[in-house]
Design a protein around this ligand. Structure first.
Ligand SMILES: [Zn+2]
Ligand SMILES: [Zn+2]
Length: 381
């Protein structure tokens, strides 16, 4: 059964409103306010604001006790200019919703009017709008917030739209759905000298050269279950000059693995490699970690529920042979409850996520909302 057209129509209007007023990670105050205004019109039992920074949670309780089911979405947009000229284009310079988080928020927010029409028999539904997914901070901040304990879920679900797949296709996978990753910044410090007398200084040049060659060799992409990848992302050596032999260098790389434990061992091996290179060249070393994402691990029961929901709506679902290589901080929620993230195809020819001409397809709002409604009916009906 399709979702009521008036609910979908209001949801599309909300999506356009959110798209016009995008905000980057950890600055999503106006977006959070718009979400609170929307859900408050649909009589939640409780609304928590300022969760993990700018986050919002709306809570609906059933008549009888039962499990807590959490639906998670993301408040943040990206620092990307929008060249599109449609009516709902971004009104904020250099910021736009290019990952479809406006659509994800809308599908979660539109559960609110559904629950007014069909109140819960039992348990609780938590509609979660987290800050800062793009930087990997938001889910961690929500987990750290002392008020998270009161909404800790038994089941959690999230959708990400997926350009490159047929519109409305449901993409699932048990186990790793999106990979763990972390950014490593290694700073190597020796001593500058006059370029005419490099022997008086300590240059990091040879250490950088060996690391640029060797760090990627720690990866192994041949077996998807043991997948490890090291991507060099940035490097600097000394100043842009001809008179100074360099004293400082920095090498940045992103480490990626299909499992959290494999990422840990990859980190250990990368640190051993840079430590060895620094020691061999008599350099001091400082290693900093950034953009830390846990793997998004999907629970088999949660995946079965999603596939059954898709079937009951007559949607085609596909079990992905491989996890997505990118990372998502939703993995921090599947660490503490049964849950799964699933993809919704956004169209084979749709522009890629984070590309300037991308826009979330409004046709998906009714589809995602329909799946959420089926999941609620199965778990709390
Ligand atoms: Zn993104
Ligand atoms: Zn995203």
């Amino acid at each position: 059964m399709a979702v009521d057209t008036s609910i979908v129509r209001d949801a599309v209007a909300l999506r356009h409103q959110l798209h016009r007023q995008p905000e980057i990670s950890n600055r999503e105050t106006g977006t959070a306010r718009a979400i609170v205004d929307f859900v408050r019109d649909h009589r939640p039992d409780e609304v928590i604001t300022g969760l993990g920074g700018t986050g919002v949670a709306a809570i609906y309780r059933g008549a009888a006790p039962g499990p807590t089911v959490l639906f998670r979405s993301e408040l943040d947009a990206l620092p990307i200019d929008e060249p599109n000229d449609f009516g709902h284009r971004s009104q904020h310079a250099h910021v736009s919703h290019k990952c479809g988080h406006d659509g994800h928020m809308t599908m979660v927010a539109a559960i609110a009017p559904l629950l007014v029409r069909s109140p819960l028999a039992r348990g609780r539904v938590v509609l979660l709008f987290q800050p800062a997914e793009e930087t990997g901070d938001g889910a961690a901040a929500i987990r750290r917030d002392p008020r998270f304990a009161a909404i800790a879920p038994d089941y959690c679900f999230a959708i990400h739209n997926m350009p490159g797949y047929p519109l409305h296709q449901v993409l699932t996978r048990e186990g790793t759905f999106a990979m763990a990753s972390v950014g490593m910044a290694a700073r190597l410090e020796g001593r500058t000298s006059h370029a005419s007398q490099p022997e008086l200084g300590v240059s990091p040049a040879s250490a950088v050269a060996s690391l640029l060659g060797e760090l990627p060799s720690l990866g192994d992409t041949s077996d998807i279950d043991q997948f490890r990848l090291v991507t060099l992302t940035h490097a600097t050596l000394g100043e842009r000059s001809f008179g100074i032999a360099p004293g400082v260098a920095e090498v940045l790389a992103t480490l990626r693995a299909a499992k959290d434990s494999d990422l840990q061992s990859l980190k250990t091996r990368a640190v051993a490699m840079v430590t060895q290179a620094a020691k061999a060249a008599n350099l001091s070393l400082d290693v900093q970690w950034h953009d830390d994402f846990a793997a998004t691990m999907n629970d088999p029961e949660a995946v079965r529920l999603i596939v059954a929901a898709a079937e009951s709506l007559g949607l085609h679902s596909q079990r992905l042979p491989q996890p997505f290589r990118w990372s998502e901080d939703f993995g921090l929620f599947t660490q503490v409850s049964k849950g799964a993230m699933f993809g919704l195809g956004a169209g084979v020819d749709a522009p890629a996520l984070h590309s300037p001409d991308y826009d979330f397809p409004d046709e998906l709002i009714g589809t995602g909302l329909g799946i959420y409604r089926e999941l609620i009916a199965k778990l709390l009906g």
